[in-house]
Design a protein around this ligand. Sequence first.
Ligand SMILES: [Zn+2]
Length: 56
Amino acid sequence: MPRYDFHCRDCEKDFTTEMHVDEYEKNKDSQKCPECGSENVKRKITEFETQTSKKS
Ligand SMILES: [Zn+2]
């Protein structure tokens, strides 16, 4: 199942949600922060996009 990373703009927490693509397409605009319940969250870049640039 694909994972989606989000960042909450209200409490500055990052969280990850696992769901089917279909489910994500339905719910992507109404994701809620598990910490504070805010919907003021933004999607972070995908794993595919980070694979080439992430190095630790
Ligand atoms: Zn939050």
